[in-house]
Design a protein around this ligand. Structure first.
Ligand code: UT7
Length: 325
């Protein structure tokens, strides 16, 4: 068995920002409500002609460079996204072509906000078994393309962005343990109802706005806290550690109140919870990807630190990874 770790990291955010004040002009909301109920101040929005693969390719190039590799050294690409460029081909294949990773196999993972965590765990298995050496893992989303800009319950929450890492043989930034789970009975709480084989696109699905993201926020909130704490604790225990041994938790950025409740239940100070939700909102699979890259570039992690990535999202899915820096 090989030892898998993080060889390089990168992220890419579109430049355009939509602030809470901007949203006050389009839906009945206020900066005060959004800030106090979610912690979000602004979110990034990609241009109309930009797709998830464009954002993902930019993040990927930075991560490959950070790993001191070339695109041709990548032998597998796993892309986590719920906003693929199209139903198929996979966004990972489109990125493979864009970055010239001609020696790589490529496929997508759909685990919503847990996608980047699931993709890292998947990459780790391939590296551990010796099947692939340099696996490019990408979390990329253009959520602005599935957000209903007329729905104040959801349009204030989401943003666009991408993060990436290269997983390969390494004794540094080593993946110590992980946990993944799912509860399909909660799938209806967070979904895009139409556009698949159940409800293909028709005039009426468009008229009924069924191609936009729907969420039962209150229900999701309650489950999110319980399940993120459970996933983090399970992964930490598998690593033979306790919550006090963790220097930094990097959770999926859905709501600042969820993050504070998670810190309380884990019994860790809020300073140990990495947060960038204020700047970007919820970027689904890209949230933990961008947060991991930023935590590293902002020197929030020192050599020898134990770090936990933990996420929860549509599916429902949940998972955590412990990494020793
Ligand atoms: O990434 C996947 C995981 N996603 C999540 O974890 C999201 C989890 N859920 C949440 O973050 C929260 O449930 C929301 C932020 C979505 C909603 O916050 P909440 O505190 O649960 O609000 P609520 O739905 O209970 O609504 C409270 C009030 C309602 O008004 P009334 O009925 O009390 O008069 C809403 O109509 O807030 C109102 N409201 C708003 N007001 C101003 C809902 N959205 C808005 C808004 N601006 N944007």
């Amino acid at each position: 068995m090989q030892e898998a770790g993080i060889l390089g990291l990168g992220c890419y955010l579109p430049l355009k920002k939509i602030t809470n004040a901007d949203l006050e002009k389009t839906v009945e909301t206020s900066d005060e409500w959004i800030t106090t109920r979610t912690g979000i101040k602004e979110r990034r929005i990609a241009d109309k002609d930009v797709a998830a693969s464009d954002l993902g390719a930019e993040a990927a190039k930075i991560a490959i460079k950070d790993a001191a590799l070339n695109s041709e050294d990548i032998d597998l690409i796993i892309t986590a996204t719920i906003t693929p460029d199209m139903a198929f081909p996979a966004t990972a294949c489109i990125i493979q072509d864009k970055i010239g990773a001609k020696n790589a196999a490529a496929f997508d993972i759909n685990a919503a906000c847990s996608g980047f965590v699931f993709a890292i765990v998947t990459a780790q298995q391939f590296v551990n078994m010796g099947l692939y050496s340099n696996v490019l893992v990408i979390g990329t989303e253009k959520l602005s393309s599935i957000v209903d800009w007329k729905d104040r319950y959801t349009c204030v929450l989401f943003g666009d962005g991408a993060g990436a890492c290269v997983v390969g043989r390494s004794k540094d930034r080593k993946i110590l343990s992980s946990f993944m789970g799912a509860d399909g009975s909660g799938g209806h709480l967070l979904s895009v109802p139409a556009g698949g084989s159940r409800l293909p696109a028709t005039e009426s699905t468009v008229k009924d706005r069924l191609h936009f993201l729907k969420m039962e926020g209150n229900e999701v909130f309650k489950i999110a806290v319980r399940i993120m704490v459970d996933a983090a604790n399970k992964a930490i225990k598998k690593a033979g550690l306790g919550p006090d041994d963790i220097s930094l938790f990097i959770p999926h950025q859905a709501n600042i109140r969820i993050l504070m409740a998670v810190a309380k239940r884990l019994g860790v100070p809020k300073e140990k919870i990495f947060m960038n939700i204020e700047k970007y909102g919820n970027m689904s699979a890209a949230s933990t990807a961008v947060a991991l890259a930023e935590a590293s570039s902002e020197n929030r992690i020192k050599k020898g630190d134990n770090v936990v990535l933990v996420a929860f999202g549509g599916g429902l899915t949940y998972g955590a990874v412990v990494i020793k820096w």
